[in-house]
Design a protein around this ligand. Structure first.
Ligand SMILES: NC(=O)c1ccc[n+]([C@@H]2O[C@H](COP(=O)([O-])OP(=O)(O)OC[C@H]3O[C@@H](n4cnc5c(N)ncnc54)[C@H](OP(=O)(O)O)[C@@H]3O)[C@@H](O)[C@H]2O)c1
Length: 328
């Protein structure tokens, strides 16, 4: 890691300390595009894209399942419309290894080619297994990823929602194919501290795996705009603690933000994730959100702040297998 980027192990791909999650780009049921959120439009997404890249936040995370491919399609259009900056963008997407996809090599290759077509790129920078839900072995998954890498279709390979044991196992299988596991994307925030307390972050560090944090602002709950009286709309099943409990965490975020010259709760929450050595990928629906989230960079909370935030943080439960079908 340089001071402002992580280089993915065994590759020449480097990612900034903060990325953008694009699940909401094209998704209706959780994030309301074309539904309850009339503010979320192609134009607002375009502005989020521009504002993020302007701020040096050039990592965009998507998945084949987001909006049934719509998120990838939108990114493809944005890349095509922004040729001058496309080379600086790092695109990460995911394969959903549903249990019925028993021919996992062929299934992954088919999904990958469809993703590349929607994105309009010859290769993806980071290709991730969306979750440990395949009935096939880690060796089979590693072979499928390695074949895609050897075919020149992916530059780095990662996983998502893998436990300590699963991370070690697939990393070992990838090494047999001369590859390294670059990333593990996990839910990590002040509302879900389990990856730290379970030893997963330490294991990632040992293995040279960069952890990426999804739902790092608790699906909007840590921004300070929601409350008991004004809960978030849509499904938002991650970090789904009662707002009474979340309020205590937000109060502490406000206190720390004041101390640092008026940083917002989102900026402090993201800065805490970065302080833990994890790359947060908060969703951004418009220019304002993208700019505010980018304001988590170029400053640091101190040891006292980290301790006080650790104190109010919540553990969270691991119920990924139940929730993956909701396409997070
Ligand atoms: N691998 C997985 O299994 C998995 C699972 C979940 C997510 N992800 C990835 O992680 C990314 C981020 O997670 P997430 O989208 O679930 O949650 P999140 O990043 O914690 O929350 C994003 C939402 O918070 C609100 N928001 C963002 N910035 C804001 C700001 N500055 N001020 C006010 N509101 C703001 C927006 O929704 P509203 O404006 O509607 O409140 C936005 O859609 C996803 O986009 C996806 O790429 C991966």
């Amino acid at each position: 890691m340089t001071s402002d980027r992580h280089t993915l192990e065994g590759t020449d791909v480097s990612i900034p300390l903060l990325g953008v999650g694009t699940w909401s780009w094209g998704d209706r049921s959780t994030w309301g595009m074309g539904g309850y959120d009339t503010h979320l439009t192609r134009a607002s997404i375009h502005e989020a894209w521009n504002a993020s890249i302007d701020a040096g936040v050039t990592l965009f995370d998507t998945a084949e399942v987001y909006g049934k491919g719509e998120s990838e399609r939108i990114i493809g259009e944005l890349l095509a419309g922004d040729p001058g900056r496309a080379a600086s963008v790092v695109v990460a997407t995911k394969f959903m290894p549903s249990p019925w996809k028993l021919q996992v090599r062929a299934a992954l290759m088919k999904s990958l080619r469809l993703s590349l077509g929607r994105l309009g790129v010859p290769a993806v920078d980071l290709y991730q297994i969306h979750g440990p839900v395949s009935l096939r072995s880690h060796a089979a998954m590693a072979d499928a990823l390695a074949d895609a890498h050897d075919a020149g279709l992916v530059k780095a390979v990662g996983v998502s929602n893998y436990s300590v044991k699963e991370t070690r196992s697939i990393d070992a299988e990838l090494r047999k194919r001369g590859l390294r596991l670059a990333t593990n994307q996990i839910e990590f925030s002040l509302l879900r501290r389990a990856p730290e307390t379970s030893g997963l972050l330490t294991a990632c560090k040992d293995l040279g795996v960069v952890p990426l944090a999804y739902s790092p602002i608790g699906q909007g709950r840590l921004t300070g705009k929601y409350s008991v009286a004004r809960p978030p709309q849509g499904k938002r099943n991650f970090s789904n603690h009662p707002m009474e409990v979340v309020d205590g965490v937000v109060s502490e975020l406000r206190r720390v933000g004041e101390k640092h010259g008026g940083k917002t709760p989102s900026q402090v929450a993201l800065n805490w994730v970065i302080a833990k050595g994890v790359v947060p990928i908060p969703g951004a629906k418009d220019r304002h959100q993208a700019e505010e989230n980018a304001g988590a960079l170029h400053w640091s909370i101190d040891g006292d702040d980290i301790a006080s935030l650790d104190q109010v943080s919540l553990g969270g439960v691991r119920s990924f297998q139940n929730r993956i079908w909701q396409h997070g």
